[in-house]
Ligand binder design. Structure first.
Ligand code: SF4
Length: 470
């Protein structure tokens, strides 16, 4: 942090409202437009005192980023802010997460029809339907039915439609694969790393063994010539993964993956015994992530033709480098619960988000906001729980976030706060998710000073422009 005497010496006529953070590589400035600027300690001093000379590169950088009051282009600021917060403007949920099978049972076709009706009541012109679970392929009739009905409805009302299916491929067969690829369904597959690690994790968390996943992954690649149709993998980071980030990444490279998501184990939906056996601390996650990111960046910058991106990094980088709000809607202010996404359980219950649905599966229905059998779309999205979550996840309402340099890019999860800290607002100074986001953002900004790595980041954000990341 800047010293107190520097704060007193701030030239308020020149310095625009902004946030600071001290990194290993210097100082980071950010502002609510989503702009950032990396400065040396000396440059920060000059900036705060209003002593940056005009006609210098530094002055131009600060002015373009909206960090100087002089020459602020308000029209451009408004346009940028609107673009960054486009998800606000009454579009309604675009992401619909459906558990067609869960511990309680399988979704009937009657309920599936009502889910499709509800999905197309949202005014959003772009609809993403994600099947997750349980294991969605375990209720194939419902998956097929929802895909076909949604395609019909989207054609009639001219909406853009995408499908995602998160599956451990347990019930996959050749016919299903052909159908899914033909319907343009993107597959998301859990793959935790090399065989011994994957099998150890999955013995605890559930899911297919490595050999099965590897076989189908290779089969999917054989059928897909378009890079964007390749499967996306996510690696669950457990206690057993910690010393092995390089091996995990290398497994993905060997399988020809274009994207990996390094996903720390979350206590939501886990039994205390599972968490005790495999849970990770925020510091362990951040240390692991830094090593993994180093390895991915080295491989991308050294290996000709290799394009492997990490999903969380890419999500933040789209916000940082393009000043756009990338999907998925969970890292936003306010969060997407009920306004950016909705989750449907196998029996037609509606939850604010998939995290809320998973908590519901554990017996706590605090985030249930309706059912497809009763009530209307308007009642569901205007439910008091949705309003409370929007209040709790608006970062201006969070004492620590409202001053944090990462506020323009970050988001809190009220379900996570409720499950871990017994409060929708949570307590950020001791919140593990906050510490992980802070650590990941530190790692990303510190890499910006390396030109080779910055080239890799620019290539990541240029990929699939306009496409959601999920
Ligand atoms: S959650 Fe943490 S890292 Fe994110 S804005 Fe809030 S304080 Fe900053």
């Amino acid at each position: 942090m800047p010293r107190l005497e520097n704060l007193r010496a701030i030239n308020k006529k020149q310095v625009s409202p902004c946030y600071f953070r001290k990194l290993k590589t210097g100082f980071l400035l950010t502002n609510d437009l989503g702009r950032h600027c990396l400065l040396s300690p000396l440059e920060v001093q000059r900036y705060l005192r209003g002593k940056v000379a005009k006609n210098t590169v530094l002055y131009a950088r600060l002015q373009t980023g909206g960090f100087l009051k002089t020459g602020l282009n308000f029209g451009r600021c408004v346009e940028e802010w609107k673009k960054k917060h486009a998800y606000f403007w009454f579009r309604g949920p675009g992401l619909h997460r459906i558990a067609v099978t869960a511990r309680g049972g399988d979704m009937s076709l009657e309920t599936a029809a009502k889910v499709v009706d509800r999905i197309f009541q949202a005014p959003n012109p772009s609809v993403s339907v994600e099947f997750l679970g349980g294991e969605p392929l375990g209720n194939w009739p419902a998956v097929r039915f929802i895909i076909e009905k949604s395609l019909e409805r989207a054609e009639k009302c001219g909406k853009r439609l995408r499908f995602i299916l998160a599956s451990d491929l347990n019930w996959m067969d050749e016919k299903k694969l052909q159908y899914l690829l033909g319907a343009g369904v993107r597959l998301r597959i859990p793959l935790d790393g090399p065989q011994d690690l994957h099998d150890r994790n999955r013995a605890l968390l559930g899911g297919c063994g490595f050999e099965h996943v590897e076989r189908w992954w290779t089969e999917i690649l054989r059928h897909t010539s378009i890079p964007s149709a390749r499967p996306n993998g996510w690696a669950q980071i457990t206690r057993f993964s910690l010393g092995r980030p390089e091996e995990i990444i290398d497994t993905y490279v060997k399988l020809g993956a274009r994207s990996i998501e390094l996903r720390p184990l979350s206590p939501i939906g886990l039994t205390p015994q599972t968490w005790d056996a495999a849970g990770v601390t925020p510091q362990e996650v951040v240390d692991f992530y830094r090593r993994a990111l180093d390895h991915i960046l080295l491989l991308n910058s050294r290996k000709q033709g290799l394009h492997l991106s990490e999903k969380t990094a890419k999500m933040f980088l789209i916000k940082i480098l393009r000043q756009e709000c990338s999907d998925p809607p969970d890292v936003r202010s306010p969060c997407g619960a009920g306004v950016g996404q909705i989750a449907y359980d196998w029996d037609g219950s509606i939850f604010t988000c998939d995290e809320g649905r998973r908590l519901g599966c554990m017996g706590d229905e605090a985030f249930k906001i309706g059912a497809v059998d009763t009530g209307s779309y308007a009642e569901t999205v205007g439910h008091p729980t949705v309003r409370a979550m929007a209040m709790a996840s608006t970062l201006e309402n969070q004492p620590q976030c409202s001053l944090c340099a990462y506020k323009p890019f970050c988001g809190v999860c009220p379900v996570y706060n409720y499950a871990g800290q017994s409060d929708l607002f949570g307590n950020m100074p001791s919140n593990p998710r906050c510490r992980i986001h802070m650590g990941i953002l530190d790692a990303l900004f510190e890499k910006f000073t390396n030109k080779r790595f910055k080239v890799v980041f620019d290539a990541w954000v240029a990929q699939n422009k306009g496409e959601p990341l999920y």
